[in-house]
Design a protein. Structure first.
Length: 496
């Protein structure tokens, strides 16, 4: 549950924190966004620094420090413009010898960053450039920024506004167009029967919208008060937000996802939720099986307890994110606009079970997402947070949000990236793997598309999930199982 507001972007004056930023700067929420940028070439730090000086440093939030003053009227936080020394924000570690396992070294490096908070005396961001060849990149950039600076979607848009198409260095990336709702056909509008049916449909839609919203808000309030997810092997304990996190990623085929989407008449979000439910079911069944084996239970196929309650917290940006074209123009012209977060949360239930028909995972995911689309849950949590901030202040509101989120099991999100290959200040990007830490979950799952691939990025508490690569295997294998089922059905139809 998070509130938000607008801040002038392009102003060289002091700016108060938006409500969302106040929550992320409370003692309860010390959240950071981490994006790993894999490049196909070795990084030239001087070229990147020169590019940063012409782009990101013109963003007031990236060239302002957080100043906190205590008084008899309470604690006042504000952004104050400050000179930025790139050498204090861009780090280029050197290696005496090549690590034996570069992938493991990268994971350890990023994990170590989570143990060191950013220095409040400087703008709250940093970029690490590692000329370290890994299995899927020749070099890696690690961009870390405090969540109070902006939400994930806005910051990803800002990052992409600093890239250009590899095929045409003058062009910005092309992002997928948002889906539009289909309109009523003209034929139905021309008949009284069609109009009457449209009116009935509209009335029923309004009734279900109100009902879904009321139910979702009741569940959200119950989650704050007493309703908690089942204690499964992947649910973190109290204080998990303070534990060191580990970050891993895996790239899968976006074409395979689109094949499932087109065949089942669903969306990419439906498919991603479906393969995640399938992967988590498979992973949890294995973990429960190991527990049963230790207890001497007779071997069987399904070890999952019945009626597992497992849900994810999903952050929803209620205001359309500024387009990368607008962000690029503002950085180039140093113009003024609005910056801030209008964000709410919704609770997304997961169906954990071993299905006989793999396509059921996608069908169930579609049903859940379609229902959530027909609810004002995110809008209501946003306005509730605004109200609580005014009445209780940032600390108590953050404590309420922490209680709600810690009652769920994981964080889940998805962002669509460029349709063509792009370059980061002349360095061709191989993949993007964004994530977040500092919130009360032992597992965060983020999907990021790029060209014809989809990257699955996990942030895990290794004390809870010691084998994140196995979880990635299970999600990837679930994708292939669902795809294989579709191909098999097509083949059977052709034979008939």
């Amino acid at each position: 549950m998070s509130g938000g507001g607008d801040e002038d972007w392009g102003s060289a004056e002091e700016t108060k924190l938006s409500p969302a930023a106040q929550l992320f700067q409370s003692s309860k929420f010390n959240c950071y966004i981490v994006t790993i940028i894999g490049c196909k070439t070795t990084m030239d730090s001087q070229v990147i620094k020169a590019g940063l000086a012409q782009t990101l440093l013109k963003h007031p939030r990236l060239s302002s420090k957080l100043v906190v003053n205590d008084s008899i009227f309470g604690r006042r936080r504000r952004w104050v413009p400050t000179p930025v020394k790139l050498e204090e924000h861009v780090f280029v570690p050197t290696f005496d010898s090549k690590p034996e396992n570069p992938n493991q070294f990268l994971q350890d490096y990023v994990s170590h960053l989570t143990t060191n908070p950013l220095d409040l005396s400087k703008p709250l961001w940093e970029l690490h450039l590692l000329n370290l060849p890994t299995s899927d990149a020749e070099s890696v950039g690690i961009f870390r920024i405090h969540h109070s600076v902006g939400d994930g979607a806005s910051l990803m848009s800002l990052l992409l506004a600093c890239t250009r198409q590899t095929s045409d260095p003058e062009k910005l990336p092309t992002l997928p167009a948002p889906l539009k709702r289909s309109a009523e056909t003209e034929d139905s509008e021309g008949h009284c029967g069609g109009r009457f049916l449209w009116i009935l449909t509209a009335i029923w839609s309004a009734i279900t919208l109100i009902w879904n919203t009321l139910v979702d808000i009741m569940v959200f309030v119950s989650t704050i008060l007493f309703l908690k997810d089942t204690k499964t092997p992947i649910k973190g304990l109290k204080g998990v937000e303070k534990n060191t996190k580990r970050f891993v990623h895996r790239t899968i085929s976006l074409d395979h996802i689109k094949l499932i989407k087109n065949t089942t008449n669903t969306t990419i979000n439906d498919v991603l939720l479906g393969i995640t439910q399938a992967g988590l079911s498979k992973y949890l069944n294995r973990r429960y099986g190991l527990i049963a084996k230790d207890e001497g239970t007779k071997e069987k196929k399904n070890y999952l307890p019945k009626h597992i309650r497992l849900s994810a917290t999903v952050l929803v940006n209620l205001r359309p994110t500024l387009g990368i074209e607008a962000l690029a123009d503002m950085m180039a012209k140093n113009s003024k606009t609005k910056w801030g977060n209008w964000i709410g949360y919704l609770l997304l239930p997961f169906n954990i079970a071993l299905q006989d028909d793999p396509l059921d995972y996608v069908r169930q995911a579609k049903a859940v997402i379609d229902r959530k689309k027909h609810s004002f849950e995110a809008i209501c949590t946003y306005f509730c947070a605004q109200l609580l901030l005014k009445i209780l202040g940032a600390e108590l509101t953050a404590a309420t949000a922490l209680r709600a989120i810690s009652s769920t099991t994981l964080a889940f999100s998805n962002l669509m990236g460029p349709l063509e290959e792009v370059s980061f200040y002349g360095h061709r990007i191989a993949y993007l793997a964004p994530s977040v830490y500092g919130h009360p979950h032992a597992l965060t799952i983020h999907f990021q598309s790029y060209v014809d691939n989809m990257t699955i990025a996990l942030a895990v508490d290794p004390n809870v999930i010691p084998d994140p690569q196995q979880l990635l295997d299970d999600v990837e294998q679930s994708l292939q199982l669902i795809r294989g089922t579709i191909l098999e059905q097509r083949m059977n139809k052709e034979i008939v």
